[in-house]
Write a protein that binds this ligand. Structure first.
Ligand SMILES: Cc1cc2nc3c(=O)[nH]c(=O)nc-3n(C[C@H](O)[C@H](O)[C@H](O)COP(=O)(O)OP(=O)(O)OC[C@H]3O[C@@H](n4cnc5c(N)ncnc54)[C@H](O)[C@@H]3O)c2cc1C
Length: 350
């Protein structure tokens, strides 16, 4: 089959890798930067449910499956999410950026803003520096000042936070002694260095770039182009069109939300796909408790992730990632988890 994937954030790249692994002829078309490249590059699967932190994403997904039928995890079910994460671990390992972690357990990582957040899978060096490893150690924030990183600022912010968690440190010192755990930005960590990694905003870029290179090596055609329209005939999508036309038998739309460009206002601009119904969009409070309803807006799909076009399902199209509606990755902390799981499933055509 000829598979056209629109969008090269994490959902599109995973969709392209899966479609290629199944023997399809795959083209990955993207207009540029993605939310994925601006992220920390760790895989949040499900950090919170109803405002409560989850120790196990797997248990949280099982609850969602029971009660939220439009949530992307409910459409897939827990076993498909597990399979997708396994695939992600395999391809990242092959691409030279192995991830650690499991669906059964959330870990905690420090951010450059002095907060600690739950996540599920992380690059090995980030995983090794998880907060769970800090107990009894003095944490040292190290590394060179750069546009996006100030060791003094991170140390000061965490110094305020950590005593509340019953933990020592952190502070900035260069001498490294016994009982110290040194955290340094991932991209400043040299090979063989004994420090652990502190993820920074923008670290997602390296993951996406390496996976895109890996996809190209596997035979995916990578094209930079902005899709501006779609050709639909007889209820099927025939081609996506930018500077060139990309004809295919199956299509994956992985164009993201407002950050990626897949949503414009309250519209999916390429096909005008139906969006999920969300109550309370008029709420004026910028950050109401439980998240803004606007964050749940996105494309409505069936159990195969096929969207609705002019009232009918369009069966040779699947939607993946942040373009999907029915979930709020900001409050749930489920961004890359949903993107990887739905990307994997959407790319599963042959
Ligand atoms: C600041 C920030 C930090 C975050 N950190 C994390 C984190 O650490 N962990 C986590 O799990 N989640 C995180 N998230 C959420 C996560 O980044 C997103 O949920 C996820 O990256 C969405 O991936 P995606 O592939 O669906 O969309 P995107 O990554 O947005 O990709 C969309 C792609 O579509 C392309 N595109 C759009 N329109 C067109 C068009 N017309 N033609 C061609 N191409 C097009 C774009 O160029 C882009 O390549 C963060 C979000 C933000 C905003």
């Amino acid at each position: 089959m000829r598979v056209v994937v629109a969008g090269s954030g994490i959902s599109g790249v995973v969709a392209a890798l899966r479609a290629r692994a199944l023997g399809n002829e795959v083209v990955l078309v993207s207009s540029g930067k993605s939310a994925s490249s601006r992220s920390l590059g760790v895989v949040d699967v499900l950090g919170y449910l109803d405002g409560e932190e989850l120790s196990s994403p797997e248990e949280g997904i099982k609850i969602l499956v029971e009660r939220e039928e439009e949530h992307p995890y409910s459409l897939l079910g827990v076993e498909r999410v597990r399979e997708a994460l396994e695939f992600f671990r395999e391809v990242t390992a092959r691409a030279g950026i192995p991830f650690r972690g499991s669906l059964e357990e959330n870990i905690h990582i420090a951010t450059q803003f002095g907060t600690v957040k739950p996540t599920c899978l992380a690059p090995e060096k980030v995983y090794a520096g998880r907060v769970e490893e800090w107990s009894g150690k003095r944490v040292v924030i190290s590394g060179e000042e750069e546009r996006n990183f100030s060791p003094g600022f991170v140390a000061a912010s965490l110094s305020w936070l950590l005593p509340k968690l019953g933990l020592a440190g952190p502070r900035r010192i260069e001498a490294k002694g016994e009982g110290e755990l040194v955290l340094k930005p991932l991209r400043q960590l040299g090979n063989g260095e004994n420090a652990r990694a502190l993820p920074l905003l923008g670290d997602g870029e390296q993951v996406v770039e390496r996976l895109t290179e890996h996809a190209a090596e596997a035979g995916v055609r990578i094209v930079q182009d902005k899709i501006s329209r779609a050709v639909v005939e007889g209820g099927e999508l025939k081609a996506l069109v930018g500077r060139q036309s990309y004809a295919g038998d199956a299509f994956v739309l992985a164009t993201g939300d407002w950050t990626g460009g897949g949503l414009v206002g309250m519209r999916e601009p390429l096909l005008g796909l139906e969006l999920v119904r969300v109550e309370g969009l008029a709420v004026k409070t910028p950050l109401p408790e439980g998240g803004h309803p606007y964050s749940r807006l996105g494309v409505k799909v069936d159990g195969n992730l096929s969207p609705f076009y002019r009232g009918e399902k369009i069966l040779n199209v699947r939607v993946a990632g942040a373009l999907l509606g029915g979930y709020d990755y900001c409050t749930e902390k489920s961004g890359w988890g949903v993107a990887i799981a739905t990307g994997y499933f959407a790319g599963g055509v042959r």
